[in-house]
Design a protein around this ligand. Structure first.
Ligand code: GLC
Length: 535
């Protein structure tokens, strides 16, 4: 796979479709809305949009409970709208990535309806049905990711079914070859319509222990944590046989040119990288969520980058993520000044970056009043701060009512800052975070060193994280001040530098010299002229 493949040097932008742009006034974003905003992506400079699920769904988990894998939910539009969106996106040079949700269906999916109807139906074994223990209890101690037992009793047929998430999301039995065939055909259905790739939901969950052994207790569990953490997920996920399925999916994608397979995987690095597969026959990009969970300081982030670079298999392509629809926003986590530094980090690391809608306008911590709560997780495990509504609030397009998101009543409240923090306003302010994102993206597109170039750590002392990126004759120093004190940094071995971009306003961009002053919370991209390079 050449390094110029689009998903290697490109930037992915995640859209949470309910919250991006509503076109019909029902308060929920839709496909026509996304279509109206395509020029925004080309203006911003991203390469691909990944759209969270848009399939027919009862919306118990807002689309991650699919009732028909080959249909579009009327809330979002129609198949025609979808085809139109793909056509328009492609005409503008944008790729379209869909979310694929293979681990579970909705309990309203016809497959499950049939499966639950009788022990003898051919679809019975498409899901995971087990007998109760002798005292009538659930088959084992597995916990749902949203709390409570992962087993639901079905009176009609006298067995439990397994659901790793809500009881409305029964897990498919991926050990059954018929399930595999049916689901690979779903991939082909969308690939035939021109989709450029998939982000596969909870891919590491697909295969469970064949003996359904109890998970061992997690001795570090605290009751302030989500209940799923009571046990270590040793038998309920990340089983060796899952890699067969991942490479099957990869093979399906390879029936088509240049498609990308991205896997959602929350695992420690050494387990994560196994999802590249034997001989890289697995996922192209097993999502690397480590930045989301690493403390925001230079030492730990530098150690993370080094560790990741070290465990990547030969030829495995890196990727980085700062946030998504399941995680507190970066702006809420590190605060406004560091949000700009985070943008520079994301867009100057080696590998494919995935941006999350709204981060580029600096949406921060959004308060959701109790009566506005939507997320099922906040409802099943209230008060622990697990709710995902704060990172799913509508996009701010302009200063008009509801930020230009909808003419109706938005399904979630907008962040109260929308009147001053919106795309239109920030586009007119050269110092805004949005314009910083745009400049960063433009610079990354212009200089391959910043996307596919070699990564070399320089320093992680105190609050300063610095590294070099090099490709051919080009070399850049990225220097990030993760603290609020100024710092002076010497340039490496007699090199001279020119500042190309600062995260802060008013910085002279043609400064030269052998050392560089970093302001508080400032990040710089410096073009380096090294003796050995220029000589
Ligand atoms: C993934 C999705 C999340 C969803 C869960 C169950 O983690 O990102 O939003 O709730 O899977 O499908």
């Amino acid at each position: 796979m050449p390094e110029t493949t689009w998903w290697k040097h490109g930037i992915v932008y995640q859209i949470y479709p309910r919250s991006f742009q509503d076109s019909n006034g029902d308060g929920i974003g839709d496909l026509k809305g996304i279509c109206q905003r395509l020029d925004y992506f080309t203006w911003l400079g991203v390469d691909a949009i990944w759209i969270s699920p848009i399939y027919n769904s009862p919306m118990a988990d807002f689309g991650y409970d699919v009732a028909d894998y080959c249909g579009i939910d009327p809330i979002f539009g129609t198949l025609d709208d979808f085809d139109h969106l793909v056509g328009e996106a492609h005409a503008k040079g944008l790729k379209v990535i869909l979310d694929f949700v293979p681990n579970h269906t909705s309990d309203r999916h016809p497959w499950f309806q049939e499966s639950r109807s009788s022990r003898n139906t051919p679809k019975r074994d498409w899901y995971i049905w087990r007998d109760p223990t002798p005292d009538g209890g659930p088959p084992n101690n597995w916990i749902s990711n949203f709390g409570g037992s992962a087993w639901e009793w079905a009176d009609a047929t006298g067995q439990y079914y397994y659901h790793a998430f809500l009881r409305e999301q029964p897990d498919l039995n991926w050990r059954n070859p018929e399930v595999r065939t049916a689901m690979y055909d779903v991939l082909r259905f969308w690939l035939d319509r021109g989709v450029d790739g998939f982000r596969v939901d909870v891919i590491w969950h697909l295969i469970k222990d064949e003996h359904f052994r109890d998970n061992p207790p997690n001795l570090a569990y605290q009751p302030t944590q989500a209940e799923i953490n009571r046990f270590l997920q040793v038998y309920s996920a990340d089983q060796p046989e899952v890699h067969e399925v991942v490479s099957d999916m990869r093979r399906v994608l390879e029936e088509y040119p240049e498609r990308v397979l991205i896997g959602e995987i929350y695992l420690p690095l050494e387990r994560l990288v196994s999802y590249y597969g034997q001989d890289l026959a697995g996922a192209h990009l097993p999502f690397n969520f480590q930045l989301i969970h690493t403390a925001w300081n230079a030492r730990e982030i530098a150690a993370l980058i080094d560790e990741y670079e070290a465990v990547l298999p030969e030829g495995g392509w890196p990727n980085w993520v700062l946030g998504n629809h399941d995680q507190p926003r970066i702006g809420a986590r590190v605060g406004p000044p560091q949000t700009r530094v985070a943008a520079m980090l994301l867009l100057t690391l080696r590998g494919t970056p995935t941006m999350y809608y709204g981060d580029e306008i600096g949406i921060g911590k959004v308060e959701i009043p109790p009566e506005a709560v939507q997320d099922p997780w906040e409802k099943t495990e209230p008060g622990l701060g697990l709710g995902r509504d704060p990172e799913r609030t509508p996009m701010h397009w302009d200063g008009s009512a509801n930020g230009g998101f909808t003419s109706g009543r938005p399904w979630l409240p907008l962040d109260s800052t929308f009147a001053s923090r919106n795309v239109e306003g920030l586009q007119n302010d050269p110092t805004s975070i949005l314009m910083l994102y745009r400049r960063l993206i433009a610079l990354r597109r212009k200089h391959l060193a910043l996307s596919i170039g070699r990564y070399t750590p320089v320093t992680a002392e105190g609050d300063v994280l610095a590294y070099e990126r090099q490709h051919g004759m080009e070399c850049f120093l990225v220097a990030l001040n993760l603290g609020s004190q100024p710092h002076t940094l010497s340039l490496p071995d007699g090199a001279r530098g020119r500042v190309l971009l600062s995260t802060l306003q008013g910085r002279s961009e043609d400064m030269t010299g052998t050392q560089v002053n970093l302001g508080p919370d400032e990040g710089l991209i410096i073009s380096l002229e090294k003796n050995e390079l220029s000589g």
